[in-house]
Design a protein around this ligand. Sequence first.
Ligand code: HEM
Length: 201
Amino acid sequence: MAEMVRKSSVGEVVNHWILAGSCIMLIITGYSFLFHIEVISSVFGGFETMKTVHNWGGVVFILSLLVSMVHYLKDAFEYDADDLQWFKVAGGYLSHKVKVPPMGKYNPGQKLYYLGIVGAGIAIALSGFGIWFMKDNVTVMLVSHLVHNVAFCVFVIAVPVHIYLSTLANPGTFQIMVNGMLPLSDAKKKYPKWMKSVGKM
Ligand code: HEM
């Protein structure tokens, strides 16, 4: 059997499922509120109960986003010359002819995705609490609805792209979400600088 290497700890795997599950549930219920989709609300027994599920799902999401900061925030702020070169060749996604520089544990696309999720996550949570608890303040309600809807658009675009890149576009990556592991040979090919830093290369 191929030798495996651990990329995500058990805590990272569990928290990612909580983050992903709550986020997708919030996107679906939020979409139903926005466009008044009764088929979706009926699954929850109506709009009132769906609102309770949405609000408390938001609490789960923000807690899990805070936990994720322990896992990814430091990496997400570190960029080197290879990362900058990665941007110049668009990660090799637009052409097979370009030379993609060697990568560390996360590529710059993943790091920016994470920072985007943190930014949009904080914005959507703060505005969500504004809508939930400050119904009597017209200004807070207006600003909160605007921010909530703009941040919602960020999630609707970023999350499907992330899911596609973590599954169909990069076969083998989904396994990291399931058990945190990947074959050592793949890790050496995809993340040589990370493998070097942990003495596997
Ligand atoms: C349900 C479908 C999803 C799949 C299949 C999926 C898959 C993955 C995989 C495989 C990784 C590890 C990548 C690596 O280590 O190279 C990852 C990381 C991550 N995922 Fe997801 N994910 C999903 C949903 C979500 C959602 C909804 C969020 C929303 C907040 C999210 C946020 C993250 C973050 C922040 C990371 C770490 C940074 C990164 O790798 O970009 N994921 N995901």
